[in-house]
Design a protein around this ligand. Structure first.
Ligand code: ZN
Ligand code: ZN
Length: 255
């Protein structure tokens, strides 16, 4: 199983995951032309995507999904709440949409897709653990706080893409208006470096070979702070922790 990111952050997110003959996309927050350019960069033909799974309706995750799905006839999977919220925003999924149960795993070709619910200010947000039956990739972004369910879901993974949205001090001392600061730092907002490190510390990490910090704020965080927070838990050099950038994401990694 291998995976790559087209970009990560509040301006757009998309991850590609491949197992056996199956290649899927997780979220697409980029405009069609941008998505195609980024896919080309990592050698992915969009027509070969077996599906797109969505975490939640926020634009940085969902805006690019249906333009891409319609253009190439790619089926989409999302929770009832996510599809309802998109519909209220005027985004009609049409025939491409498949409903997922946020507590039930399902198969997409050679990939097992296991959604888990998260506290975030969206209608029915989920994050995912993806597996080829042997290796497991856990993805957690857009979560305001941790839960026992999150930690049980992510324990024992071979690879983790983990939100390090902000440094709490940078956020609180920065220029954002107070209501926005409260939303981001709230229990249904985003994970700061310390909260992310605490989740990592709570997991079974015996199989863990890849840790990638993701969804970093370009205003309220730095790659160095995120790396250091996670490396402290892992007892490794900060350079061992990768960071998914907004412009580049990250290249292919073998889980
Ligand atoms: Zn987001
Ligand atoms: Zn969000």
């Amino acid at each position: 199983m291998r995976f790559a990111s087209l970009g990560s952050g509040s301006e757009g997110n998309a991850l590609i995951v491949e197992a056996g003959a199956t290649r899927i996309m997780l979220d697409c927050g980029f405009a069609l032309r941008e998505t195609l350019a980024r896919l080309a960069r990592i050698g992915v033909d969009p027509a070969g995507l077996a599906g797109i799974i969505i975490t939640h309706e926020h634009g940085d995750h969902a805006d690019g999904v249906f333009p891409l799905a319609r253009r190439f006839g790619i089926p989409v999977w999302a929770t009832h709440g996510t599809l309802a919220a998109l519909s209220e925003l005027g985004i009609e999924a049409g025939a491409q949409a498949n409903l997922i149960d946020s507590h039930a795993p399902f198969s997409l070709g050679d990939l097992e897709v296991r959604p888990f619910t998260v506290p975030h200010d969206a209608r029915e947000p989920v994050q995912y653990v993806l597996s080829d039956g042997n290796r497991r990739l856990g993805v957690l972004t857009d979560t305001g706080s941790s839960t026992a369910h999150i930690e049980a879901s992510l324990s024992g993974c071979d690879a983790l893409v983990l939100e390090c949205n902000h440094d709490l001090e940078m956020l609180m001392n920065g220029d954002y208006p107070p209501p926005l600061k409260a939303r981001i730092a709230g229990r249904f907002g985003h994970l700061d470096n310390g909260a992310s490190a605490a989740i990592l510390a709570a997991l079974d990490r015996r199989r863990l070979k890849h840790v990638i910090a993701a969804h970093l704020s370009q205003t309220n965080n730095t790659p160095e702070l995120a790396r250091t927070a996670l490396a402290t838990v892992l007892g490794c050099a900060p350079e061992w922790v990768s960071v998914a950038s907004q412009d580049e994401g990250f290249g292919w990694r073998e889980a």
